[in-house]
Design a protein around this ligand. Structure first.
Ligand code: ADP
Ligand code: MG
Length: 688
């Protein structure tokens, strides 16, 4: 006799699993009983309502049960499809059932069998009919049902594997749910308000009500977010224990830096710089995230931090997401450090003499290195690394952040400062950056006028806009015209942007020098386009979203965003932030001639709001977190069940994570108790 099944049993131990079927199951990562139990339904069909044939009406979704009085396979003379047709009689009347291209149904179900049918009843030329309905043979009147007569789970499948296969296999292993170990003690379960794990799995596959589904999913969601929260809690605890160079505050020298800046720092800039000085005075590493709306002046804060590190004979690495931005930062910082002994290097993918520069960095020749991903290459070593700055944090993953910190070669960690303009509501920050302290910069440099935003929804308004832009350019100011990548296959946006450039040049701004910027240009060409625009040799720049992050041209006063409805509001806000950086009144035009009613409403909201936090919340409420986080490291998509919008669960989970990790900061053991079966795959994806 075969050994009794347990959670670790291979899936091939189940009845009916041939080698071929096992191969197909493996495509879905289903190789053991446990993994099968963790295969989460993506929806349920509600076939709970059982009625008699007499009670059926058109459009009703229900289950009926009766005896098959006739069943045949035939070929449709019109479509040549195989049609299986049956008549079911339950004593109150008869109803027809039809299936297409599933001739095996006509072979497995026989006249005289008692079957259940579930689905939506339709009306055709002959009468009421179940078309493509779920069906199953009923052995005894109250035998448990798998495909009908209940909330029927629907699972993802793969070629050659039907959802019926999966349901039948899960029905076989469902009793084993009781063996599922639960790492949460009853007390912690009460605290998190969740059911035991085994019970959750059972309810997931065999719910008897919608409440069952909710409590099952809630528990599974906790499983999904837990590892991330544990890692965050661990990082927090570890930081308290690990060491970093403690920086002395050279007050006089810092004042010298502040005094020679071309502007007076805002209150928020001063506050944040002071926070950094306090953080780095400790011998524990700083981990600080600065959220400051676009144009709030984060670069000057970064410069002050780098100067502070330099005064302490520590080196700083500053990583930014694009080459355009790296070069701009290098220029800006050179200006901010004017007259101060800060030697700076630029390191990007297209830097010449990379090896030589890396060698010099290793020799400690530079106080500050600004660069792109090139900074995290293995062969870069920064012996005196004391500070790591990441600009536009949301573009980078946790792993890249760590790789950057690892460039230092002495024991202990470098301090870490991260800058972002993406406003992240507190709870999300808690989950995504649980180990970071967060400061917010609200105030904008003095003299800034709020950007005026207009929605351009018809061609008359468009013509007025062009006339207005002309006047602005005549007054010496500059204009961005931004086009999204419309052609899905062409993510560089080259096609749409080039077409628009040609159209504007030929028809609208025939006498105005224009630049063209998109992702397909070579680094050198991009550099030249940006240089010409910064030098006012071109007055209008047609561009894709390469311009999105951080680009700083204070003389530009107008931003035209074509097809604006294609963007999330947080991103539109980023794009709008490319203007309004100087003293002049600035304008943003969001064009939406092709937008739907709903999209139009979003753009109107955008036009009336200049607060990035409010816009982010609006996106979150109306479109979910996808827009806000985009390709952010958390990869919300890696969650099957959990939603980062489930704030209470997140908060309770976070408390539990901290309780589990304790002061030791040893997360590995905790993670080992959490990780099992399929969830291991899910969770591993989060830590990329
Ligand atoms: P962001 O926070 O979006 O990165 P930047 O650091 O690029 O903003 O600064 C935006 C613009 O504001 C730059 O042109 C910068 O020189 C200018 N700026 C920064 N701080 C101040 C200030 N305190 N007063 C006036 N202008 C400032
Ligand atoms: Mg910036």
């Amino acid at each position: 006799m075969a050994a009794p099944l347990n959670l670790r049993s291979p899936i091939t131990a189940l009845r009916g699993v041939t080698e071929l079927l096992a191969k197909r199951l493996a495509i879905l990562n289903l190789t053991t009983v446990e993994e099968l139990l963790w295969h989460v339904p993506f929806r349920y069909d509600d076939f709970q309502k059982s009625v008699t044939v007499q009670e059926l009406t058109e459009g009703v979704t229900a289950t009926v049960q009766g005896v098959v009085s006739m069943i045949t396979n035939r070929r449709s003379w019109r479509t040549h499809k195989m049609v299986t047709e049956a008549i079911i009689d339950d004593g109150t009347g008869t109803v027809r059932a039809m299936w297409f291209n599933q001739p095996f149904i006509g072979k497995t179900i026989k006249q005289g069998d008692t079957i259940a049918l579930a689905g939506e009843v339709k009306l055709d030329g002959i009468g009421l009919v179940f078309s493509g309905a779920q069906y199953e043979r009923v052995a005894a009147p109250d035998a448990p049902r798998t495909h009908t007569g209940r909330l029927v789970p629907v699972y993802s499948t793969t070629a050659g594997l039907t959802v019926r296969h999966i349901r039948s296999l899960i029905a076989q292993v469902l009793p084993l749910c009781t063996q599922q170990h639960d790492w949460l003690t009853p007390a912690l379960r009460t605290q998190a308000d969740v059911v035991p794990l085994g019970q959750a799995l059972h309810l997931l596959h065999a719910p008897t009500s919608y409440e069952d589904i909710t409590s099952a999913r809630r528990r599974i969601a906790l499983e999904e977010i837990m590892p991330m929260l544990v890692v965050s809690a661990g990082a927090r605890a570890t930081r308290k224990k690990s060491t970093a160079p403690d920086f002395h505050f050279f007050e006089h020298e810092m004042q010298r830096f502040v005094g020679q800046l071309p502007f007076t720092l805002t209150d928020d800039q001063k506050k944040v710089i002071w926070k950094i000085i306090q953080d780095t005075a400790e011998s524990h590493p700083m981990r600080r995230l600065i959220q400051g709306d676009v144009g709030s002046g984060k670069t000057a804060v970064a410069a002050a931090a780098a100067w502070h590190a330099a005064l302490n004979h520590n080196q700083t690495l500053m990583m930014v997401p694009t080459e355009v931005l790296a070069e701009q930062h290098a220029r800006t910082l050179t200006r901010l450090f004017d007259g101060l002994p800060v030697r700076m290097a630029l390191l990007t993918g297209s830097t010449k003499h990379k090896q030589r520069i890396k060698q010099e960095i290793a020799e400690g020749k530079y106080e500050l290195v600004v660069g792109t991903h090139a900074l995290i290459e293995e062969d870069l070593s920064v012996p005196g690394l004391g500070l790591v700055i990441v600009d536009e944090q949301h573009r980078f993953g946790v792993r890249q952040r760590q790789a950057l910190l690892d460039r230092g070669s002495r024991t202990g960690s470098a301090h870490f400062l991260s800058l972002t303009a993406t406003p992240i509501p507190r709870t999300y920050a808690l989950m995504l950056y649980g180990d970071l302290d967060i400061s917010t910069m609200h105030s904008k440099p003095a003299g800034r006028k709020p950007i005026k935003t207009h929605v351009v929804a018809d061609s008359a308004t468009r013509q007025k806009m062009y006339a207005f832009l002309r006047r602005e350019i005549a007054a010496g100011r500059q204009v961005f015209v931004l086009c999204p990548a419309i052609d899905a296959a062409d993510t560089s946006g080259m096609k749409s942007v080039t077409q628009e450039w040609e159209r504007l040049r030929a028809e609208v701004f025939t006498d105005i020098p224009m630049g063209l910027l998109h992702g397909k240009l070579k680094a050198k060409e991009k550099q030249e386009v940006m240089r010409a625009f910064a030098a006012r040799e071109t007055m209008l720049l047609v561009t894709t979203t390469v311009i999105e992050v951080g680009v700083d041209i204070p003389n530009a006063s107008c931003m035209v965003i074509e097809e604006a409805h294609r963007f999330g509001l947080a991103q539109l806000h980023q794009l709008r932030g490319r203007v309004g950086r100087g003293e002049a009144q600035s304008y943003c035009f969001v064009s939406s001639e092709n937008a739907s009613q709903a999209a139009r409403a979003r753009l109107d909201f955008f036009a009336g709001c200049t607060d990035g936090f409010v816009l982010a919340q609006y996106d979150l409420d109306t479109r979910g977190p996808g827009d806000l986080f985009g390709d952010m490291q958390s990869g919300d998509s890696a969650f099957t069940v959990a939603s980062v919008a489930d704030t209470p669960l997140l908060e309770r989970g976070s408390v539990i994570a901290q309780a589990l990790v304790g002061e030791s900061g040893e997360v590995t053991k905790v993670l080992d108790t959490l990780w099992y079966g399929r969830t291991r795959n899910v969770h591993a994806a989060h830590l990329e």
